[in-house]
Design a protein around this ligand. Structure first.
Ligand code: AMP
Ligand code: MG
Length: 311
């Protein structure tokens, strides 16, 4: 998934960490990746514009149902059909080449012109997706992009994997898949899990710590994760589907805590696009806890988050 995975598993069983790695590889290669030929999402995208419905696995259908409902409830701030826009910007490749030491002029050349952005935007729109018992159908040129939720989905699948192990064999685990973290069970000493929230103003440091007991998913979306600066302006990887440009809603990061990984991950992205005020309402609608770090460096959070977060 183009990210770092770290895991701590309290177990007396051999091979649990290998099972975790295997599950992540399979999920990426077989289902979610739009890059991996042979994945389900790639097949759906390749068939866009054809009359036939593409059959879906129960898993992908389930994910898409959740994602389309988040799209609707966020007024389109989250949009799983954003692929043509993210493909045009290609921030991932861009940021990777920048961190590999290539110069910023290359980045400048990579900013798409307004007309190209407008055309790509026309190829997006979650309300144009047809989901039926037969499968899914996308209009010509539309591309699904599950990049906002792959890591959260992985957390859900990992929680299922861990829950299937004998309870005597595994007492607790904390697994971090890029910007999403699963806490599961208990630490041997019974103290809460401590999850640091990155300080977006100084990413080597943290803005505070979440104390979590038992099973939770935590996802953060931030403008510091994948970006390039060109002529003093930051172009990051979270797009506003209303404009086709990087979202600019007054926040630098959003952290969402809830029981579901797909929801925490989708909501963190949606809330980043919406900003603190509307984002709070969306999080509350889902019964999720959210923490916004604003451009001014202040914290805005749901009531329940106050009990979990220590600045
Ligand atoms: P995250 O870091 O979890 O917020 O996810 C960001 C990734 O989600 C990007 O790299 C894109 O692949 C995708 N993405 C960007 N903007 C949106 C959006 N508005 N709705 C859904 N997915 C998006
Ligand atoms: Mg996300």
């Amino acid at each position: 998934m183009g990210t770092v995975v770290s895991q701590t598993v309290y177990t007396d069983r051999e091979g649990v960490t290998e099972q975790v790695t295997e599950l992540l590889d399979t999920l990426e290669q077989d289902t979610l990746s739009w890059r991996a030929e042979g994945s389900e999402v790639a097949a759906v995208n390749a068939a866009a514009g054809s009359d036939a419905f593409v059959p879906l696995s129960d898993e992908l259908r389930g994910y898409l149902e959740v994602l389309l409902s988040v799209s609707e409830n966020s007024g389109g701030a989250f949009d799983v059909t954003i692929g043509a826009v993210t493909g045009l910007w290609n921030i991932d490749a861009w940021a990777a080449s920048a961190s590999a030491g290539e110069n910023a002029e290359d980045g400048a050349a990579g900013i798409p012109d307004r007309e190209a952005v407008r055309r790509a935007l026309e190829l997006t729109g979650y309300e144009k997706v047809q989901l039926s018992p037969e499968g899914i159908r996308l209009p010509e040129g539309m591309r699904l992009d599950l990049g906002a939720v792959g890591k959260g989905i992985a957390c859900d699948e990992l929680a299922t994997l861990l829950s299937q192990l004998p309870q005597t064999a595994l007492s607790g685990a904390v697994i971090s898949v890029g910007g999403s973290i699963l806490t599961y069970g208990e630490k041997p000493d019974g103290t809460p899990w401590q999850v640091a929230v990155t300080d977006p103003f100084c990413t080597e440091e943290y803005a505070g710590v979440l104390s979590l007991t038992g099973q939770w998913c935590v996802s953060t979306s931030g403008d510091y994760e994948r970006y390039l600066e060109v002529a003093g302006r930051r172009y990051h990887h979270i797009m506003d589907p209303a404009t086709g440009y990087p979202a600019d809603s007054g926040v630098r990061s959003v952290t969402v805590v809830c029981k579901s990984g797909i929801l925490s991950d989708a909501l963190s992205t949606a809330c980043f696009v919406l900003g603190a005020e509307e984002g709070l309402r969306l999080a509350e609608h889902y019964g999720a806890e959210a923490l916004f770090i604003t451009n001014e460096g202040s914290f805005v959070m749901t009531e329940g988050m106050e009990a979990l977060f220590r600045p």
